[in-house]
Design a protein around this ligand. Sequence first.
Ligand code: 6PG
Length: 449
Amino acid sequence: MLKEIGLIGLGVMGKNIALNLSDNGVIIKAFNNSEKKLNDIKKEFKNDFIPFDNLEQFVENLENPKTILLMVPSGQATKEVIEKLVSLLGEDGTIIDGGNSFYLDSIENGEYLKKNSINFIGMGVSGGEDGARNGPALMVGSEASIETSLFNTLKNIAAKAEVECLGIYQGPGTGHFIKMVHNGIEYAEMQSIAEMYLILKKLNKTNKEISNFFASQSENNNSSYLIEITSKILQKKDGDEFVIDQIKPIAQNKGTGRLTIQTSLDLDVSIPSISAAYDARLQSNNQYITKTSMESIDENISDKNLSDALYFSRVCSMIQGLELITKFSESENHEISIVEVLENWRGGCIIRSDLLLDLKKEFSENNSFYSLDNIFNNLQQNRAAISKVLQITTKNNIPTPVLSASFNWFNNLTSVDNPSNLIQAQRDFFGRHKVQKVDSSADINIDWD
Ligand code: 6PG
């Protein structure tokens, strides 16, 4: 176990992961410009919390080999703190970036610190405030091997499922890459759930009935942390009113979903369910469109059918995210184990669910991505359910961008009736980009005249 750790960044996540470390016997030496903030936070610690409002004294006071955890806003703020620390830390120190940093920034920060003989660890921390305090999922990327006492400390503070929810990955940016994809899947699952909520509202279900629908998903092997909190959210009342009905239908984001999509484009991986979820958030902010209230609908569809459709979309979103990780792993020669990623997400993180166990079983038995016969057979069985749901939403003009994207992604992947022969023919017609005939691998131009 680490004896002490330096901490910079006392926001919600920083304070709570420090409390978690402190409960696990680690002395916290914290830097902050504000003496008041340090003293306010110190009151929450039962064990050693040593405040510093001078950066030089903070670093000097750390015992060698010095380890500093950054929990500061990603991007320029993280970069600036790292640059300040380089001149103070000296060789053999370790900087752990526990923020929501973009993986390319972590690769760059890792290379910069390596040149200064300082170890860098890019650590994705998932689970929000409660996770940081009581057990996050930790996704750790490092070029060098993780020092034993630090490894044991991270194991102790991480969430526990079948194993500790601590993933150690090769490469300074890999932990943040996996965290980024986690967030992309999070967006898609949140939107899938929201679309199911909208359908149930349009079917004239009350908030209580919709809450019960989500609460009952565990009976259908279809529950998750996000589904559980949704059930609770829909029960919350403010006097006679439901809080959910008081909240504006406008979704914000801090950009982690956008970065997932940008990265998928760079790596040429199709993640339409995740992209559709981000689009839905952007569109919810379009205030210039006059919105008409959609009437309730008179349709007959079972809870089981709705549940199977939600499960279908969750699986598609997860597979898309895992494919993005696989492509990154191949492009960087990191040999990331998908089984390890699924174990890493089994507890503490926002997308934790039993679905991860089903996927882990499948990936344990297969190494190539599209030999996931059981998963695709399972989706095949659920396709009728989501097809029925989409017939109803289409007929009644109910927007279901992620449910539709998942349905189309699966059909595109599993149907031979793919019209891309016409796309290639059009490209050859106007751009002479050649085609391949079905019985040949030769690239040829067609004489279209
Ligand atoms: C987590 C969450 C968290 C996320 C914020 C904001 O894993 O604990 O994913 O890291 O970044 O909750 O997310 P968005 O603003 O991108 O929705």
